[in-house]
Design a protein around this ligand. Structure first.
Ligand SMILES: *[C@@H]1O[C@H](CO)[C@@H](O)[C@H](O)[C@H]1NC(C)=O
Ligand SMILES: *[C@@H]1O[C@H](CO)[C@@H](O)[C@H](O)[C@H]1NC(C)=O
Ligand SMILES: *[C@@H]1O[C@H](CO)[C@@H](O)[C@H](O)[C@H]1NC(C)=O
Length: 194
């Protein structure tokens, strides 16, 4: 009896099944979000790393690593160079000498963003090339008052080995050449990542 019924309506059953699986497939293909297990994603244990390097900034000569790209009408008369905007691609070295081994670069923008004291808005990436860090980046977004002995800037994220990174960078001027403006800044970076 049942068999006869199935036999009779097999085309209808087939079409219903087809529609159902197509619908199911479509809802899956268009699923916007789903929960994942952190463990299954390889995010088991958060690590704390300390990075130490020197940033070499050359502002004069034929091969500057930092160039002023914009300024405001008031920048020249402002005691804090308010409005001046600089793009940089500074080498990061293991030691303080310019000839020291390069472990990465600091690439981004800083802008003089304080009307009453000398302070910069920093928006940049550290792009590493050393060993296992090669290709990984850390993103910095913070305030840098260069006349303060130690400046703290937040690490707001990262890529590669530094996915899900958070932490902070401490910057300390190691050397400032008053005659040409070239600067060496020592960095201690503390970063949590997986
Ligand atoms: C600021 O001064 C520099 C050098 O003196 C000059 O080249 C530049 O045009 C000035 N900028 C403005 C916006 O006045
Ligand atoms: C870093 O990775 C790039 C691209 O994979 C490679 O060409 C380069 O040689 C690597 N550098 C170092 C220092 O390992
Ligand atoms: C500082 O800059 C001047 C002018 O470019 C240069 O002659 C001098 O060698 C620099 N000093 C150091 C220690 O790099």
């Amino acid at each position: 009896m049942v068999q006869q019924c199935v036999q009779k309506h097999k085309h209808v059953i087939f079409i219903i099944l087809l529609l159902f699986t197509t619908l199911l497939h479509q809802t899956q293909a268009h699923q916007f979000s789903k929960k994942l297990s952190q463990k299954g994603f390889g995010l088991e244990k958060e690590k704390l790393s300390h990075l130490h390097f020197y940033l070499q900034e050359i502002v004069t000569g034929d091969h500057p690593t930092a160039v002023r790209v914009a300024e405001a009408a008031v920048t020249n008369t402002s005691k804090t160079a308010f409005g001046a905007t600089v793009i940089l691609d500074d080498p990061l070295t293991v030691g303080p000498e310019i000839t020291s081994k390069i472990v990465g670069r600091a690439q981004g923008i800083y802008a003089f963003a304080d009307l009453s004291e000398s302070a910069l808005l920093m928006v940049l990436n550290y792009v590493f090339i050393e060993g296992k860090y090669n290709g990984s980046t850390l993103s910095i977004l913070g305030r840098n008052a260069p006349l303060t002995s130690v400046r703290e800037m937040p690490i707001v994220g990262g890529s590669g080995l530094f996915r899900f990174a958070r932490g902070y960078a401490l910057a300390k001027t190691h050397f400032f050449n008053v005659s040409n403006g070239d600067t060496v800044v020592e960095y201690n970076v503390y970063v949590l990542h997986y």
